[in-house]
Every structure is written in C-alpha cells, then in structure tokens.
Design a binder for this molecule. Structure first.
Ligand code: NAG
Ligand code: NAG
Ligand code: NAG
Ligand code: NAG
Ligand code: NAG
Ligand code: NAG
Length: 460
C-alpha cells in the first residue's frame, strides 16, 4: 500500500445535498448490553453501504478487487471486516462474497501473492490478506471447499513467505516495505510491514501452540524497538530508508500501527499465560494509543486535521478491530477499551447521514452529528468496525486448535516451496500491462536480477 508517498486523495467527496432528512442512523446506546439488537441493526446498515462499493462478485468482474481508487490491500482489509461482521452479528448474507474473494486472490502458491497485483504488492498488502484469513480461522468462519487450502494454511503461507524476506543486509534486520525491487518503497523498511509479521506470528502461535511463531513475533518486536520505530514512550513511527541504515526515521504516527502492535502484544501476553513483560508492553501501548488517537473519547486519525489519503481514510477501522480483540486476549484492558469503543461508536454513527443512501458515514467523528462529506470504503469500514466492536462482550471469543475449538486446516509448510517474490515474477513473460504499471524500470530490474544485482538497481 502507499502511505505518505501516495498522491491519490479521495476522489469520493460528495456533497450533503439531496439526502433524506430522516435518513440518518439513530445511534444505539452503546454503553448498554440491552442494545445488542439495535447495534446489530446499525452495523447492518453500515455494512450494506460498505458493500455497495464492491462489484467483484458481479459477472465479468474480478472477485476480491475494489474499483479505483482503492488499492488491492484495502479489499483484503475489507473482507477481514466482513468476516468480523458475520462473527459479531450472525448475518451470513456477505459470507459467499467474502469466501469467493479470499479464495480468488490467494495466488498460485496459496500465499496471497497473485501475480496480477505485483505492482502494488508490498509485505503489508500481503499481510492484510493474510490477517483476513487468520480472522476466518479464529472465528470459525465456514471452511473453504475440500479442494482449497484452509484459512489457517493461507495465513501460514503469508507468514512463511515473509520470514524468508527478513533482511540482515541493512538496519540489522527487519522486512522491507516492498517485496519487488522495481516497486517504489523497496528501499524503505516500515513499521506496518513488520507489524503484519508480528501480529500474524503472535496469533498463529496462539492458534496452533507452535512456539516458532512466537519466537518470530518476539524477534520482530525487538527489531522494531531497537531500530527506534517504537519510541521509549510508545509512539509508533512509520519507518526509515535503508540507504542510511534506518538512522533517520519518518515520525508520522498512524492509528493502525499502534493497533497492530497492541493486538500482537495482547496475543503474546495471552500465549505466555500473562507474562509481566508483555503485560507492561500492552499497558504502555494502550496508554499512548489513547493519548494520541482519542480526543474526548472519540477516535481520530492525525491526518484528519489536514488531508488523509484514500488508504489513511480506512486506518481507524483496524485500530477499532484490534482494540476490541485485545479485550479478550488481555482482559485487564477490557474496561478502558470498551469505554473508548462505546464513545467512539456513538460519535461515528452520528455522522452516518451522507451519500445516495442518506446513511453513509463521514471521515471525522470528532464533530458528532456532522457528516464531513468525505465518503468511501475506508469511512464505511471504520464506522462498521467501531460499531460492531461494541458487540464483543456478547460474542464468543476466538477459537484455536490449542483449546480444541478451532479446526481450520493448516499446513506448517504452506508457501515454503512458493516461487514467491522476484522468481515468481520472472517465471512468466512480462506483459505490456506490467510495464505500464511498474514503469520501464521493470525490464531493467529483471535484467539486474538475472545479473544478481537487483537491490542495487532502484532507489526511491
Ligand atoms: C487477473 O487478471 C485477469 C484479467 O483481468 C482476471 O481474469 C483474473 O481473474 C485475475 N486474477 C486474480 C487472481 O485476480
Ligand atoms: C545499522 O543499524 C543497526 C541498528 O539499527 C546496528 O546494529 C548496525 O550496527 C548498523 N550498521 C551500520 C553499518 O551502521
Ligand atoms: C512450527 O512452525 C514452524 C514454522 O512454520 C514449522 O517449521 C514447524 O514445522 C512447526 N512445527 C509443528 C510441530 O507444526
Ligand atoms: C487469554 O484469553 C482467554 C480468552 O480469550 C482468557 O479467558 C484468558 O484469561 C486470557 N489469559 C490471560 C492470561 O489473561
Ligand atoms: C501514559 O502516557 C503519558 C503521556 O505520554 C505519560 O506521561 C505516562 O507516563 C504514561 N503512563 C504509563 C503508565 O505508561
Ligand atoms: C470443523 O468443525 C465444524 C463443526 O464441527 C465442521 O462443520 C467443519 O466442517 C470442520 N471443518 C474442517 C475444516 O474440518
């Protein structure tokens, strides 16, 4: 995905004119468990508006793709949200589309590296699809047909391909942002890519009981902390260039970076049966997350003070999703997190009065009752996750193989014979579309790769 470097700002700015005066959502009382049915109903309205942007299940369209301006990763993130939606509400109407999308995009080697997407396929993009598959395993989402890999195997495929990319040549370790040398960002190591590996490793450890996953999670956390992406006071910074050995850090902070480490730390806390080390990390992260990303109990992204790009418009979805899951794995966080989820959901749903339906939600929640006219997949996803996360106390927690409650089919070696990465791309003819997409540099890089000098070829 493309963060600070993205030039694509939301094209989906609509006016408030013409909306039905009575169409806005009536916000339930999120602080009361008596509101379960009305929270589900609100979630259903927001989910419907969200899925109205999706056309991949229509004839002649590609399952798992969103139309422009949404990148591939955001569709993976969205199906993670839709699996959560089913888990929280029991509404099965989007399950078929979700399963179809998650299977269609799994790639030739069952590791979410479909060749069509090589232009925008970074470690974080792959990671979001992998985490969606992980969510499917953890929530007992209906299993794929017998001739398809299980959800667990798909998550393992992502994990296994990512660990092979751990790069000791610069910055003493870590994953690069991009996988392919010809993509902008190959020379950047970032927090979200490493966060995907950390989060997935911790959750795979919890699900399977296999300590190798936890060892990788620990190794990733330690690297992120040592390289200074995680500050002493638990700000989570964006990343750094490899050219100067990651010594100059981009200090942008994004809510999803805090969220991805928060849930991973909570999973490690749970996996270690409540170790004081991970408890302390969870507490400090939660404290800084609350200080940075909430104003008067309402979640906000810092870019909302100016302009958020299309990707950034969705980030609150993941912080909400991961804070909610944290309350189950690290129960000592339940009280403060539930309070924040309730106040944010009330504010978010009070903005859902825009668009053709009259119920689309705005980007900013910090001015309750006002739809700021910035509408789209990210806004719907964020509003849906914050609303449905209030159902966490009335929904069963995650299943796992360790507990004997989860039976998703796994494959510890998934993705390990994958011709993933540059090799996969080289094993088929390069099409005109690739050249147009990645630029003329594609061909040059591939020549460089053959000559064994891929990493030298392209700078930012
Ligand atoms: C790749 O693109 C082709 C042409 O648009 C499409 O038919 C196919 O379904 C795509 N594959 C994936 C995995 O998206
Ligand atoms: C690069 O940075 C890492 C820590 O981030 C350090 O351990 C290593 O010694 C540095 N290498 C060079 C060549 O400066
Ligand atoms: C544990 O996970 C590692 C890493 O994927 C794998 O190599 C190993 O075979 C797994 N062990 C078991 C018992 O499944
Ligand atoms: C781990 O999570 C389970 C539920 O998901 C919870 O019951 C248990 O108390 C947690 N463990 C610790 C040490 O908090
Ligand atoms: C919480 O964050 C504030 C602001 O950064 C800091 O002053 C305080 O020491 C932190 N408290 C804990 C328990 O980490
Ligand atoms: C897991 O168990 C459920 C319920 O017992 C069953 O319906 C499902 O088919 C099983 N899934 C797999 C992959 O075996």
């Amino acid at each position: 995905m493309w963060l600070t470097s993205s030039l694509v700002y939301s094209a989906v700015v609509c006016t408030l004119a013409g909306q039905g005066a009575n169409a806005a959502i009536t916000a339930p009382d999120f602080t009361s468990t008596a509101s379960t049915e009305s929270i589900k109903k609100t979630a259903g309205i927001i989910a419907k508006d969200l899925m109205s942007f999706y056309t991949g299940d229509k004839p002649n369209d590609v399952p798992g793709n969103l139309p422009d301006p949404y990148y591939w990763w955001e569709a993976g993130a969205m199906f993670g949200t839709m699996i959560n939606y089913w888990h929280y509400t029991g509404d099965t109407q989007y399950n078929a589309a979700s399963m179809q999308a998650l299977l269609h995009q799994k790639g030739d080697d069952n590791d979410y590296m479909p060749l069509n997407q090589s232009k925008t396929l970074g470690n974080d993009d792959q990671g979001f699809w992998g985490m969606a598959a992980m969510t499917a395993a953890e929530t007992n989402f209906p299993a794929p047909p017998k001739d398809e890999p299980g959800w667990l195997a798909l998550a393992q495929g992502v994990f296994n391909t990512q660990t092979t990319r751990w790069d000791m040549k610069t910055c003493n370790g870590g994953l690069r942002w991009q996988i392919f040398p010809f993509n902008n960002g190959f020379n950047y190591k970032n927090t979200i890519s490493n966060g995907c590996l950390f989060n997935l490793g911790a959750r795979l450890a919890l699900y399977t009981g296999n300590a190798t996953y936890a060892d990788w999670a620990t190794k990733t956390w330690d690297w992120v902390a040592n390289v200074g992406f995680l500050s002493a006071d638990y700000h989570v910074y964006d990343g750094a260039q490899v050219a100067d050995n990651c010594s100059v850090r981009d200090h942008n902070t994004w809510s999803y970076n805090s969220g991805i480490y928060l849930l991973g730390a909570a999973a490690m806390y749970n996996f270690t049966d409540g170790s004081p080390l991970w408890e302390d990390r969870v507490k400090r992260l939660l404290n800084q997350t609350t200080n940075t990303f909430f104003v008067n109990g309402v979640m906000r992204e810092l870019c909302e003070a100016g302009k958020c790009n299309v990707d950034q418009q969705s980030f609150k979805a993941y912080l909400a999703r991961w804070m909610a899951a944290t309350t189950n794995l690290a129960p000592f966080t339940e009280k403060p997190i539930l309070a924040l989820l309730a106040s944010s959901a009330a504010a978010a749903s009070s903005t859902c009065s825009g668009g053709p339906s009259g119920t689309q939600c705005g980007l900013k929640w910090t001015t309750p009752g006002v739809n700021d006219g910035i509408l789209g997949v990210g806004e719907q996803m964020a509003a849906l996750e914050i609303v449905q996360s209030n159902l966490i106390t009335t929904t069963p927690g995650w299943v796992s193989a360790v507990k004997g409650t989860g039976n998703s089919t796994g494959d510890p070696n998934a993705g390990s014979d994958s011709k993933g990465g540059v090799e996969a791309l080289m094993s088929r003819p390069i099409t005109t579309k690739d050249r147009v997409g990645a630029g003329i540099l594609t061909a040059l890089v591939l020549i460089g790769v053959v000559g064994g000098s891929a990493t030298m070829m392209i700078s930012e």
